[in-house]
Each structure stands twice: as C-alpha cells, then as structure tokens.
Design a protein around this ligand. Structure first.
Ligand code: OGA
Ligand code: NI
Length: 362
C-alpha cells in the first residue's frame, strides 16, 4: 500500500468512527476482528524489557493495610505511606472503610451506563454548556495520537455538586453514594499524607486539596488484538491525588525503574496515586508517576478514577511548593500555578512524551 492510500484509509476509518458515534464499544459490537490503524501503537512503546538485574529490585506495588490507622500503629501506617509516595507514587489500600457493597455497586453502574443503547448515552455527549456529566466516546481524538481503546464518562462532583437529575439514571444513586465515601476517605488520606510529610495532619486539607473532585469512569471493551493498542496511553494525573477502583480484569501498569509493573487487582482494595499538583506542592518529595492501561482480549474492564482536583472550574488559589518543606538545601523547584491554568495546558498535551509539570520548573 502506498503511503497516501494508507492515509486515506486512516482518514476513512476516523470519519466513520466519529460519525457513527458508538465509541470503541460500537466497534466491538459490530464484531470487528482487527483493530483499526488509528488505534495502533508502535511496538517499541508497548515493549517492556524486564530489568536484567532484578535481584535487588522490589517490583510489587506497595499494599498498605489502613485498618491500623486509629491505633498505636498509626506511625507504621504513615511511614509506609511516606515510603510508597516517595518511591512509587502508587500504592494499594485495604481496610480503607469504604463498604464492599458500595464498591460493587459503582462498578456495576458504570457497566450499566456503558452497556446502554448508544442513543441513551449520546444524550450526554459534550456540548458547550458546561454539563456536569459528559459521555465521551472519542475523547482521545483531540488529545492523543493514536486513539485509546476505551469509552469514558466524566462527572464533576465537588465543589459544585451536580443536581441528581443531571446524572443518568443508570448510575445516579451509585455515583452519589460512592463519591460521598470517596470524599470521606479522601480526608483520611490527606491527613495521613500530611503526617507523612512531617506536617500537621490538617495541612493538605487547609490548602483545599480536598475541595475539588471529578470522576472519570472507564469502559475498556474486549480488544481483538490487544498487542497492537493501549487502553490508556502513558500519562500522569492532573490532580493532587487519584483514587482508583478497578475490577478483577487487570491491565493497569505503573512505570517503576523504567519497567512497566502490573497493578494487580485485589478484591476490595483501592489504588491510590500521587498526581502532578502533589508533586509540585511537595517540591518533588512525593512523585506523580506515569501509568497506562493495556487492553485484554476476553472481557470488558471497568474502572472508576476519582481525581482530587478542581480542574477547569474557576479557582484562583495559587499553588507552589509548601513553604514549611523548603530550606536553603531544598529551595523551591516549581513556580506558582493555579489549577485551571495548569489544567488547560495539561489537557492539550496530556499524552506528550514529557510531563507537563516540567514546564513549571524553576
Ligand atoms: C486515569 C487512569 C487507570 C485505569 O483515568 O487517569 O489512569 O485503570 N485510569 O483505568
Ligand atoms: Ni491516570
């Protein structure tokens, strides 16, 4: 095939994909057997070379039991969190206090939403009037090349919660219930993280890290050729902190020591990761680490990401490295930012090679 006819094919695929408006799930429902080229990721990007000398390397994402947080062992919990936030940027938590039934119900409701008829979902496609709940089946078209193997919806929860009627019936009560628990548990996490920084436990809450929350709920349809594409390209998160609930399928990977390490599903666990704003305010003490999702052949995968970040909603608060963490030996590494300003640039370059945070380095 000539280069030009390849381009035309790609354009035709894209045009069909956009005009059909049935997302990636629509391709799978149409029983395609090959992944269209607009989803193809170069094999060099997908390859993952296990470090040759792994003897001294721990390649397991830390798992932290929070059941002990209100006992005399709190300092042990805090030190584990400090270690994980400094060295991995990722950890899994168990005994976090969010009831299992609530976790199951939100996953089920995300599935319910995505498995509805396209006409129902398409009532929630993006428009200009700042809807709180948006279904996106071609998000990556504008942000990434190649496209990712997923459909997603977003819902802005805090500081201005949606009216219940703005959330589709398929997931209304589950979204309200789950995010109520996420806000409560978020407060606990920010206390533990403040302590892990050696600061007063209310520090992060005081600077409003807990104020904004939006959720991004993914549906990764089964992929006929999982070795050709990605569910989500590698990226860091535009948040202070992200709380991720994944189902039992697996596919999430985090970059650690230049190696893509799997984040294995643990029933009842939540995945916590540090976002760009936390790396900035901690002056690089806590790390916002790159991660990605690999698709699978057999079954759809569901995940629910909750980002503590007010994102694009107006917020004039200025953030920079926390003064109490700075000293002559540890001067500020970042300029001050506002969240909306950062988000605008971040979204435009989300899947670029370089982390957007580097633009704000002093
Ligand atoms: C994200 C993300 C991972 C997943 O939404 O930012 O990294 O497992 N999601 O869906
Ligand atoms: Ni992410």
């Amino acid at each position: 095939m000539t280069e030009n006819s390849e381009k035309i094919d790609r354009l035709n695929d894209l045009t069909t994909f956009i005009s059909t408006k049935t997302g990636v799930k629509g391709l799978v429902d149409a029983e395609i057997t090959e992944v269209p080229s607009m989803f193809h990721v170069p094999s060099s990007i997908l390859s993952n070379n296990r470090p040759s000398d792994i003897s001294g390397l721990n390649l397991t994402v830390p798992i932290i039991d929070l059941g002990d947080r209100n006992t005399s062992s709190r300092n042990v919990v805090v030190s584990k969190i400090k270690d994980a936030a400094e060295n991995w940027g990722f950890f899994q938590v168990i005994n976090h206090g969010v009831p299992l039934t609530v976790l199951e119900e939100i996953k089920e409701s995300v599935r319910r939403f995505h498995e509805q008829d396209p006409e129902v979902k398409n009532q929630y496609l993006p428009t200009d009037n700042n809807k709180k709940f948006v279904y996106n089946n071609d998000f990556d078209l504008y942000h990434s090349s190649p496209m990712n193997w997923r459909d997603s919806f977003t819902c802005y929860i805090a500081p201005d919660p949606p009216n219940p009627e703005e959330i589709p019936v398929a997931c209304r009560s589950a979204v309200i219930e789950y995010t109520k628990h996420v806000m409560e548990f978020g407060a606990v996490l920010f206390q533990l993280l403040s302590e892990a920084l050696g600061l007063d436990s209310e520090t992060l809450k005081r600077i409003d890290c807990l104020k904004g929350l939006f959720m991004l709920c993914h549906y990764y349809p089964p992929c006929p050729q999982p070795d050709l594409t990605l569910g989500i390209s590698k990226h860091t998160d535009n948040s202070f902190l992200t709380l991720l609930l994944q189902d039992q399928i697996g596919g999430l990977q985090v970059l650690h020591e230049d190696y893509w390490v799997d984040v294995p599903p643990i029933p009842g666990a939540l995945v916590v990761n540090i976002g760009d704003f936390m790396q900035l305010i901690t002056n690089d003490k806590f790390l916002s680490v790159e991660h990605r999702v690999r698709p699978n052949k057999d079954r759809p995968r569901i995940s629910v990401a909750c980002f503590f970040s007010s994102s694009l909603s107006p917020n004039s608060t200025v953030y920079g490295p926390i003064k109490d963490l700075l000293s002559d030996e540890n001067p500020a590494k970042y300029k001050d930012i506002t969240i909306p300003e950062y988000t605008a640039g971040f979204v435009a370059s989300i899947f670029d090679e370089k982390s957007y945070l580097t633009n704000y380095m002093i």
